[in-house]
Design a protein around this ligand. Structure first.
Ligand SMILES: [Zn+2]
Length: 270
């Protein structure tokens, strides 16, 4: 081999070596870049993982609110039992109000909500026996363009204590307060078979005597009986010491319901 040919081979091999090395380096770099990209993708996923997982977490939280709210509306109330007076002796009356047994929380169910704005939305419950009748009646009214709403349904004695004390602040004594609000242990609302109704299109008449001038009230006087409801404290109840409450209706559509209000109904006939 000639000297020049040797050099040729030398340069050729060197060239191959350099190109090979450069190729290898490029390959390694490429692999590194790939790894980095994967790592970046991983790290970019990493922070989003908690985000992704918080989304499903927060969804049930949001969704849980309406379901947990009724629970707190009901279950938070009975915890403060110190406010409740001793369960009423079922043979006595208080300021014209008859005593009523509080329904078991297992027997009541959600039937609507009420509030002047969504911020103070309150969940309302009725005894299972009365709830369907109420929903049917509400639907029937809707079919005729009447917007019946539930303002207040089942109340625990603790809740009634609060309502009564609020009323007591406005009136000078218990007897005066009891004309408008039953003392705890003596409210038909304890049974879960009674509800205060309103006209959704006339909210200013809620829990006011003016409710009797609403479309909803006129509809009730004609049709409520068909669904098993009657007004508890009608305009002729004044002698009982309890004020006229056109919004307050009780369910008497089953024998059990009828038995609960038997005494009250007989009394109203006196
Ligand atoms: Zn009422």
């Amino acid at each position: 081999m000639k000297q020049t040919e040797k050099w040729k081979w030398f340069y050729l091999l060197l060239g191959v070596f350099i190109v090979g090395n450069l190729g290898a380096m490029a390959f390694v770099k490429f692999v590194m870049t790939l790894r980095d990209t994967t790592a970046q993708t991983e790290t970019s996923i990493m922070p989003s993982v908690p985000q992704v997982s918080t989304v499903p977490n927060s969804v049930p939280q949001v969704a849980a609110e309406p379901t947990s709210a009724p629970k707190s509306a009901v279950s938070s109330v009975p915890t403060n039992t110190s406010l409740v007076s001793v369960s009423p002796n079922l043979s006595v009356e208080k300021y014209g109000h008859l005593p009523y047994q509080e329904a078991s929380q297992a027997d009541v169910e959600l039937v609507g909500s009420y509030g002047l704005s969504q911020k103070d939305e309150r969940y309302e419950f009725l005894h299972k026996e009365a709830s369907h009748a109420w929903l049917h009646m509400q639907f029937a009214a809707r079919d005729e363009g009447v917007w019946l709403i539930i303002i207040s349904g089942f109340r625990t004695e603790v809740r009634q204590t609060k309502v009564f004390l609020d009323q007591l602040k406005k009136k000078k004594n218990e007897a005066a307060a009891a004309r408008y609000v039953a003392p705890p242990g003596f409210s038909e609302h304890h049974t879960g078979y009674t509800l205060d109704l309103g006209d959704g299109s006339a909210p200013k008449t809620d829990l006011k005597t003016e409710f009797e001038r609403t479309k909803a009230f006129r509809w009730l006087t004609k049709h409520a009986q068909k669904y098993g409801f009657e007004m508890s404290f009608g305009p002729n109840q004044k002698e009982t010491g309890v004020a006229y409450e056109p919004w307050h209706w009780r369910y008497i559509g089953t024998s059990h319901a009828l038995a609960i209000f038997d005494r009250a109904r007989k009394k109203s006939l006196l």
